[in-house]
Design a protein around this ligand. Structure first.
Ligand SMILES: Cc1cc2nc3c(=O)[nH]c(=O)nc-3n(C[C@H](O)[C@H](O)[C@H](O)COP(=O)(O)O)c2cc1C
Length: 200
C-alpha cells in the first residue's frame, strides 16, 4: 500500500489525499499507459547557424496564452540536444494526416535528417515544411530539467494554421480522427469564441 500524504485543504473546503507513487513503476508500462493519451504529431526543427536538427515529437503542448508559451520535451541523450541548446529558438510543424512518412523520417536517427527533404527557412531561420496543419515559430524562453528529458519552453513569435485532417498517434499507431458531420463541438471552444465576441 503506497504511503498517503496528509490531506491538503483546498480553497473550496474539500480535502484531497494524494497517494505517493509506488517506488518502482515499470518504464515500459508507463510508456504503454501514456500511449493511450492520443495526441497530434509535430516535427520540431531548429538551426544554430551551422547545423539543422529536427525530430518527431508528441510531447508538444500549449503552456500559456499570455504570454504565448508552448512546451515540448527532448530526451537528454538525443544527438540533437546540443544544436537545440545552442539555437535561439525552434519551429513546431504540426503534421496533417498525409505526413506519416515525414513523421517516420524525423523519428529515425540520421546524421543529416534534412538531406532530400523539402523545407524553407521560415520567418526566423528554423526549417518549416509546406502543408502544415499549424506552425509555431518560437524564441527559446527556458529549458527546464524533467528527469531524463529537458523541457523546451518557447515564446510564440508567429503562428499560422489551416483546417485539414490532423495526424494522430494513439497506442503507438498512427490514425486519423473520425468526425461525423453531427459530432459535438467541444464546449471549451464555444466558450472561447463567445468571450472573443464579447471582447472579454
Ligand atoms: C510519434 C512520435 C513521438 C515522439 N515524441 C518524442 C518526444 O516528445 N520527445 C523525444 O525526445 N522523442 C520523441 N520521439 C522519438 C524521436 O522522434 C526519435 O528518437 C528521434 O530519432 C530523435 O531524434 P535524434 O535521433 O536526433 O535524437 C517520438 C517519436 C515518434 C514516432
Amino acid at each position: 500500500m503506497p504511503a498517503a500524504r496528509s490531506p491538503d485543504r483546498l480553497k473550496t473546503g474539500l480535502t484531497m489525499t494524494i497517494h505517493a507513487a509506488p517506488t518502482a513503476i515499470d518504464p515500459h508500462e508507463l510508456r504503454t499507459a501514456m500511449s493511450r493519451f492520443a495526441t497530434g504529431v509535430a516535427v520540431v526543427t531548429t538551426f544554430d547557424g551551422e547545423k539543422r536538427e529536427g525530430l518527431t515529437v508528441n510531447s508538444f503542448s500549449s503552456l500559456s496564452l499570455d504570454p504565448p508559451l508552448v512546451v515540448w520535451s527532448l530526451r537528454k541523450n538525443s544527438p540533437s540536444l546540443a544544436t537545440f541548446q545552442r539555437a535561439t529558438g525552434f519551429a513546431v510543424n504540426i503534421l496533417c494526416a498525409d505526413r506519416r512518412e515525414l513523421s517516420h523520417h524525423f523519428a529515425t536517427p540520421h546524421s543529416d535528417k534534412f538531406l532530400g527533404v523539402e523545407y524553407d527557412d521560415g520567418s526566423f531561420g528554423f526549417p518549416v515544411f509546406s502543408g502544415n496543419l499549424a506552425l509555431f515559430e518560437c524564441r527559446k524562453s527556458q529549458v527546464v530539467e524533467g528527469g531524463d528529458h529537458l523541457m523546451f519552453i518557447g515564446e510564440v513569435l508567429r503562428v499560422t494554421y489551416r483546417d485539414d485532417v490532423p495526424l494522430i498517434i494513439s497506442s503507438g499507431r498512427y490514425c486519423t480522427p473520425l468526425a461525423p458531420a453531427n459530432s459535438a463541438r467541444c464546449k471549451r471552444f464555444d466558450l472561447d469564441r463567445s468571450r472573443r465576441n464579447r471582447g472579454g
